[in-house]
Structure formats: structure tokens, C-alpha cells
Design a binder for this molecule. Structure first.
Ligand code: ZN
Length: 260
């Protein structure tokens, strides 16, 4: 008979092991560390994600945070870093085999296929300091009113994404209730997420009011102030239609879709 009483048991030692990973922002953005330690999910944690019968993004982020050794605020992470963490947790939870679904552009049939995550994914690391914000000049104000107006813009975080996502679902719910088109509300939310402040405006004009008058060119200047392919995770897999053998490219969605 073995004597349990003399041994110390810590079930936590059975948790999936941690792996040290360098984040795409590589220690070059705000106070986000260059490296963190990430582990895979336990079966219980995986089950918990869909316990309520639907995929809850908040529960997902809480679960994700418990897979990181260091205390980290996921909502403050840039989307690139966040997606990379999702990818690592997915990899350490259930390996590199993944499934995709695609509609064939040749014959129109929809099919499932398998691909290898590690073979198809590429991480690009930031190599220089990414400023916390950058100034975007809005030239029409100078032309029409004679004063300089500029927007202070920041890159998007997971927290911003969740806000925009919520706005889009609210807007589409409203649209289906009223039968009216969705309108520009989600675009406004997107711009609001990018813009920290606006300088040069006369005090009687609030920032939100100005957003209603931005033209598509100005909206582009704001949303493209930070190139979103300078660093981060990307990946494509080639798939072959089982019916007509047409080859197609599949862009891997490096988001919480992996777990849904
Ligand atoms: Zn086909």
C-alpha cells in the first residue's frame, strides 16, 4: 500500500506545460512584454467555452487569460498580439491539424478540408518602436476654415474589437427589427475606437459631431494610420475541391473562430 500522507500533491502540476513565446509586437509597443508564457487549455476549460450553449467572447478571454502565466490585460493588447496568443493556445490545446470550409469557385459545391496550422502560419515581428499614437492631419479644414485640424490615432486593441463587435450586433439587431438598412453606425464606432482626441477644433464643436462629417478619404487616413500588416500573424492554405479539383486559397482566420 502506498503512503499518500507523506507526499505533497499539487494537481496544478498536471496542467498543460507553459511555453515561452515572443509576441509579434516584440516588446516594441507600450508596456507589453516581449515574451510571455502560454499553455494549452484543459478539457474542462474547452468545455466551459461553449457551456452556455453559445460562444461567449468575454468567457473566452477570461479562459485565455488563465492560459498565460503572467498577469496580462487582454483587452489592452493589440489585435496582432491577441490573435497570436489565440493561435498558440489553439496549437498547445489540440495540435496543428485544423479544419476549414470553403465554397468552390469552379463548381459551387461547399466542402471541408484539413490543413496544417504550423506549416501555413507565418509570424512577422515588429522590429522598431511602434508609437502609442500618431497624428493624422485632416487637410479639408485648413482649406475651408483656415485652421489645422488633426486626429490623434492609435492602433486597435482587443478591447476596441469587442466594442465594435457589440456595436455591429446591436446595429444589425435594430436593422432587422425596423427593416431599415444598418447605416453607418459601425463605421462610426470604428473611427471612435481609432481616435484618441482631435486637436485644432473650435471648442464648440464636439469630436463626435465632427465624425459625422468626415469623408471616406479622411476615414481611410485614420484607419490606415497604422499599417496592419507590418507585424502579426498571417497564413494561407491551398485547398482542392473534391468534386472538380479546382485549387483555391484559404485565408486562415486567426481569431476566436478557431474555438467556435
Ligand atoms: Zn469544385
Amino acid at each position: 500500500m502506498s503512503d499518500f500522507s507523506t507526499q505533497a500533491f499539487d494537481l496544478k502540476s498536471l496542467l498543460p506545460p507553459f511555453h515561452t513565446e515572443k509576441l509579434p509586437s516584440g516588446g516594441f509597443y507600450a508596456d507589453v512584454p516581449a515574451e510571455i508564457n502560454i499553455r494549452g487549455l484543459t478539457v474542462r476549460e474547452l468545455k466551459h467555452l461553449t457551456a452556455s450553449g453559445r460562444f461567449d467572447k468575454k468567457v473566452f478571454d477570461q479562459t485565455l487569460a488563465s492560459c498565460i502565466k503572467e498577469p496580462i490585460n487582454l483587452s489592452k493588447l493589440l489585435l496582432q498580439d491577441y490573435n497570436f496568443i489565440v493561435y498558440c493556445v489553439r496549437l498547445y490545446s489540440s495540435g496543428s491539424k485544423a479544419n476549414g470550409r470553403k465554397q468552390c469557385k469552379g463548381c459551387g459545391s461547399t466542402y471541408n478540408f484539413e490543413y496544417d496550422l504550423t506549416e501555413s502560419a507565418q509570424v512577422k515581428f515588429l522590429e522598431d518602436v511602434l508609437p502609442i499614437s500618431t497624428s493624422v492631419n485632416l487637410p479639408r479644414f485648413k482649406e475651408q476654415f483656415g485652421f489645422d485640424v488633426s486626429a490623434e490615432v492609435k492602433p486597435l486593441t482587443r478591447g476596441d474589437y469587442l466594442k465594435i463587435d457589440r456595436a455591429i450586433s446591436q446595429a444589425s439587431e435594430l436593422a432587422s427589427k425596423t427593416g431599415q438598412p444598418m447605416g453607418s453606425y459601425p463605421l462610426m464606432e470604428l473611427l471612435k475606437a481609432y481616435i484618441i482626441s482631435i486637436s485644432g477644433l473650435p471648442p464648440q464643436i464636439p469630436k463626435d459631431q465632427l465624425l459625422d462629417y468626415l469623408d471616406p478619404k479622411e476615414a481611410n487616413l485614420i484607419t490606415n494610420a497604422y499599417p496592419d500588416d507590418a507585424f502579426g500573424l498571417s497564413g494561407k492554405a491551398t485547398t482542392t475541391c473534391p468534386v472538380c479539383t479546382t485549387e483555391q486559397e484559404f485565408v486562415i482566420p486567426f481569431t476566436d473562430i478557431f474555438f467556435q
